[in-house]
Ligand binder design. Structure first.
Ligand SMILES: [Zn+2]
Length: 77
């Protein structure tokens, strides 16, 4: 099975805009990332939690797709 890449973007918790952080910088727990749109400071840990949840949802729907394909295959005889 091919590895599927999941694109998860960090979104501002206040206005929902995609955060474009400094790519040179590696954010660590406790950092605050400033939103370019609304200038609110987003807590890195909260953003990470949201991204993890988003990732789980993406993996789950992908797995469901694969399973339903497999099931269809079974009856294709
Ligand atoms: Zn914002």
């Amino acid at each position: 099975m091919k590895n599927k890449e999941f694109h998860i973007s960090l979104k501002c918790l206040f206005c929902g805009s995609e955060l474009k952080g400094d790519t040179e910088k590696e954010y660590i727990s406790g950092d605050m990332i400033k939103c370019q749109e609304c200038s609110e400071l987003n807590d890195y840990d909260s953003l990470k939690d949201v991204a993890i949840e988003e990732g789980k949802a993406a993996v789950t729907s992908y797995a469901k797709d694969e399973i339903s394909k497999m099931l269809k295959g079974i009856f294709k005889k």
